[in-house]
Design a protein around this ligand. Sequence first.
Ligand code: NAI
Length: 272
Amino acid sequence: MSNNLLKGKRGIVFGALNEKSIAWKVAEKAVEQGAIITLSNTPIAVRMGETKALSEKLNAKVIAADATSVEDLEQVFVQSMEALGGKIDFVLHSIGMSLNLRKGRQYDDLDYGFLDKTLDISAISFHKMMQVAKKLDAIAEGGSVVALTHIAAQRTFTGYNDMADAKALLESFGRSFGYIYGRDKKVRVNTISQSPTLTTAGQGIGGMDAFFDFAEKMSPLGNASAESCADYCIVMFSDLTRMVTMQNLFHDGGFSNMGLTQAIVEDYIEKK
Ligand code: NAI
């Protein structure tokens, strides 16, 4: 159902890898709501993944870029403004990757080269994206930048490894850059803290199935799906939230404010 919430807006969606990706749902819903968009992902993801199919479906240009490369990011903004015919109104950062997680390195045995990469890909890319956009004056006044994060930034979750540190840094960039971008250009910057979601990146987290089940039982509304996360992103891109900035917004079915639910108690008693 479309309310044309993004009618006439131009957007860039980073991170749509396959149909499960949160960014994939955001791209679909943004176009459904009247926006025109470009898509960006790594050259390998563009070659090997399903981004091309999405691009054809949504009539959206794909611009391959490694989000750790300032030059690549410049190209994404320059080419997006060309393709879409003007300044950008919204940007989604939906990017995360940890080589320590991929290679099974424990948190007390991190490879520091991998840690550098985790932070660069999953967090510093967000700062780079905003710095590049601001220098190019590529985002229109009232524009909205959103990055996806997780509550492991604030509280410790076993198995989340160095992604927790990356998310803490990502959220901090959201606040720090949000101040500067709001003050100078009236651009808003927010992070959305999403429930565990069964995507490619999500399934890379150690013990994801157990955590997914636990969070489902610990949240009065249950886990938020990728689709509902996309709905929240659309609202954050729309003019309905034009005074919201520098926030970390929980989109987690209530998980972040729960201590203990009856469902967990019953589960515990049953297994005892
Ligand atoms: P996904 O695996 O579909 O998306 C991750 C994306 O990051 C992929 O498209 C991948 O190609 C891209 N990427 C990796 N390295 C890159 C680089 N160097 N340059 C550009 N792009 C790069 O998984 P998902 O779950 O949709 O992840 C999207 C975001 O949501 C991530 O930031 C993730 O941490 C966050 N998130 C995910 C949760 C989950 O449980 N799945 C929960 C909370 C937040």
